[in-house]
Design a protein around this ligand. Structure first.
Ligand code: DAH
Length: 345
């Protein structure tokens, strides 16, 4: 084929190139092993000497026409592909993001965990016990025999006759743990858990509520040990400036028994709505374990002594998080727990 013919064929072919594939086909057609220009190149050796130079120049010219075209088109198509990709994968940063709704820990659970941590740091075990309980653990072995008026104070749910009930307090765990200790093992335990009483539900009462029981049994334990321990936990929960006081009280399983009050963290003793103008808030019942209780559970009261306490978990949480209705702990509205979660931050 004459060079001039190749030139016009190339011009014609150039106009047919539409993408990278057809461009590469064109390259093969002209510069491949058997390409048109490649073949012209190999013809040089057959050209008479005097025409060689001109022929060579023309072939080179053809080559550079092709190469210029090839480079230009290649860049063009590659850019086109890139632009299309950028367009297809574009992210609209002005679009509103999908809202991720997070849960939050139940505020009561959170409080209990906090209490557990403090007691664990003082060497206490955290134990769990049955909510369906036997009368002997819930009452009898706690020095509350059948027919005793102290039973009336706890409107108990009985499940089967008079022996099986929903525990009305976490105190039966004192008995269970002492029986496990066989009268020889010192005890330090707390037991947070659900308790039940036949109460109507309102802002401050619920038929199901949580207590945090505590028991320490060892040698030479006195009320001051109890007071020191209670002091640690209330300061941790409510602040270092909180003062603890004991008021005489009565429980069948402790002697002496006390009511634990803390100085009001809101008014610092001046009197406000939270402390009902008294400057003090009751947070627990407690006392020195009654010798009968130690004896019935296998601990010799001449050698062993101990203290016990029982906090109302809802009450602690209500005070700490300024909640005025205990029903929020048991509803399933996540918005509530999220609010408390934020309040604490
Ligand atoms: N179990 C008692 C109640 O439900 C609270 C309590 C008082 C627990 C004194 C104790 C204690 O361990 O020593 O009213």
């Amino acid at each position: 084929m004459k060079i001039e013919e190749v030139k016009s064929l190339l011009e014609e072919d150039k106009s047919k190139v539409t993408d990278l594939t057809s461009l590469n086909d064109l390259r093969v057609k002209y510069l491949g092993k058997k390409g048109i220009i490649t073949e012209l190149n190999s013809e040089i050796k057959n050209i008479p000497v005097e025409e060689k130079k001109e022929f060579g120049q023309k072939v080179n010219e053809l080559k550079s026409i092709f190469n210029d075209f090839y480079e230009e088109k290649k860049n063009y198509f590659e850019e086109e592909i890139l632009n299309k990709k950028l367009f297809d994968e574009a992210i609209d940063i002005s679009l509103p993001a999908t809202k991720i709704v997070c849960g939050a820990p139940n505020i009561l659970e959170k409080l209990i965990e906090e209490v557990e941590e403090v007691f664990m740091s003082m060497g206490y075990d955290v134990v769990d016990g049955p909510e369906i309980e036997e009368d002997k653990y819930n009452f009898e072995l706690l020095n509350i025999p059948k027919g005793h008026p102290a039973r009336d104070a706890q409107d108990t749910f009985y499940l089967e006759g008079e022996e099986i009930l929903l525990r009305s307090q976490t105190s039966p765990m004192q008995v269970r743990i002492m029986l496990e200790g066989n009268g020889v093992t010192p005890i330090r335990m707390i037991c947070p858990g659900k308790t039940y009483r036949r109460d109507d539900d309102d802002a401050t009462h619920s038929h199901q509520f949580m207590q945090i029981e505590g028991l320490l049994v060892d040698k030479d334990i006195s009320l001051s040990d109890l007071k020191g321990t209670i002091d640690v936990i209330v300061k941790k929960l409510f602040g270092d400036y909180i003062v603890t006081r004991f008021r005489p009280s009565y429980y069948q399983f402790t002697e002496p028994s006390v009511e634990v009050d803390i100085s009001c963290f809101n008014c610092h003793g001046k009197g406000c709505n939270i402390c009902k103008k008294t400057g003090w808030i009751t947070v627990a019942g407690a006392g020195i374990v009654h010798p009968n209780v130690l004896k019935m559970s296998g601990y010799d009261p001449k050698k062993w002594s101990g203290f016990a306490f029982g906090f109302g978990a809802e009450r602690l949480a209500m005070l700490k998080y300024n909640i005025n209705d205990c029903r929020v702990f048991y509803n399933t509205d996540l918005r509530e727990s999220r609010t408390f979660d934020r309040k604490e931050d």
